[in-house]
Design a protein around this ligand. Structure first.
Ligand code: HEC
Ligand SMILES: [Cu+2]
Length: 314
């Protein structure tokens, strides 16, 4: 709609955000100019020794003017709040999509894993007009992923997952960058965001070096880290069955429920932070043993167990 000539807009959010940006800038600009003009007019009119009247205004006028400007600004800014918050809230609904890209930020690079397991560094390839979800975490400090062409940005934090989702509308090569100062080479944490037609994307991803799909890699790790020794059906340890775990409400030891999302599963693996009700707290924690990439693969595997159960394919 309103395009910034050097920053293309290619997401469903972009034009709405640009309109709001322009309206807000105009509104605050107008306010600023008004105040500025009044300051100058009054300082000339009421300069020392000027003949302008300093008598109090009539009483009714004092009251009406006071009420008038208070109410007018109140409603203007309530409107602005409602208008902005509405757009932000509607953007909170995550689309249902299986197209998930994992992003791991570290000083000072972006490591990216495509749904098929292909890896890239400082580049994110996505198909156009497809709902994409980014699942992001950091290896060290706080970073922040900014995709200017999509007008979206989110912090990337160590020890937990944050998400971004979008549908990129136009093929092309754009930029992304870190916008949270994260150390010496912060300024180098930039990369290419490549939007391709679905056909080009399919061709591109076929051409990537042969890698296992994340879930398959996770299945292998599940055995090599000894998880299967306890979690496989028929093991001697009384450990929860992980089939259908993802997305379920888990009753916790000591009361309460928690949804088994990525963060829950990650915390179970790395910290053994949550103990599901009815199980002995015997699972070792894997902090320092299993790294972020491996957690990502294990997660994909555990999720694939749920997808199998629902008869869905991944
Ligand atoms: C020594 C046996 C043992 C090993 C090895 C083990 N677990 Fe567990 N796991 C358990 C038990 C027992 C629980 C439930 C009690 C607890 O959390 O300590 C559990 C809980 C979990 C949960 C939470 C499940 C739920 O229903 O809420 C996840 C996820 C999980 N384990 C994944 C893993 C992964 C991944 C590995 C390998 C990296 C692993 N486990 C290794 C025994 C084990
Ligand atoms: Cu950074």
């Amino acid at each position: 709609m309103i395009g910034f000539s050097d920053v293309p807009e290619i997401s469903q959010y972009a034009s709405a955000i640009d309109v709001k940006f322009i309206v807000l800038t105009a509104l605050t600009g107008a306010m600023g100019i008004l105040v500025f003009v009044l300051v100058i007019v009054f300082s000339i009119r009421y300069r020392r020794g000027s003949p302008a009247s300093r008598a109090p205004l009539p009483r009714w006028m004092q009251r009406d003017v006071e009420i008038g400007w208070t109410v007018a600004t109140l409603f203007t800014f309530l409107f602005v709040f409602w208008w902005m918050a509405g757009a932000q809230l509607s953007a909170l609904a995550q689309p249902k999509t299986n197209f998930e890209i994992h992003i791991e930020a570290k000083q000072w690079m972006w490591k990216v894993e495509q749904p098929n397991g292909a890896r890239e560094i400082n580049a994110i390839h996505v198909p156009a007009n497809t709902d994409v979800r980014l699942i992001m975490t950091s290896d060290d400090v706080i970073h922040s992923l900014f995709l200017p062409a999509l007008r979206i940005k989110r912090d990337v934090l160590p020890g937990r997952y944050t998400y971004l989702w979008f549908k990129a509308q136009r093929p092309g090569t754009y930029n992304f960058m870190c916008t949270q100062f994260c150390g010496t080479d912060h300024a180098r944490m930039i990369g290419h965001f490549v939007v391709m037609t679905p056909e080009d994307y399919a061709r591109w991803s076929m051409a990537q070096p042969e890698t296992d799909d994340l879930a398959r890699e996770g299945a292998r790790l599940f055995v090599s880290f000894g998880c299967s020794g306890c979690h496989a059906p028929g093991s001697r340890v009384h450990a929860p069955d992980l089939h259908g775990l993802y997305g379920r409400q888990i009753p916790l030891d000591g009361g309460g429920f928690v949804t088994a999302d990525e963060t829950y599963i990650r915390d179970c693996i790395l910290l053994n932070k949550h103990i599901p009700a009815g199980y002995p707290p015997v699972m070792p924690h894997f902090q320092g043993v299993v790294n972020e990439e491996q957690v990502t693969s294990l997660l994909a595997y555990i999720r694939s167990l749920s997808a199998e159960q629902q008869g869905a394919s991944r």
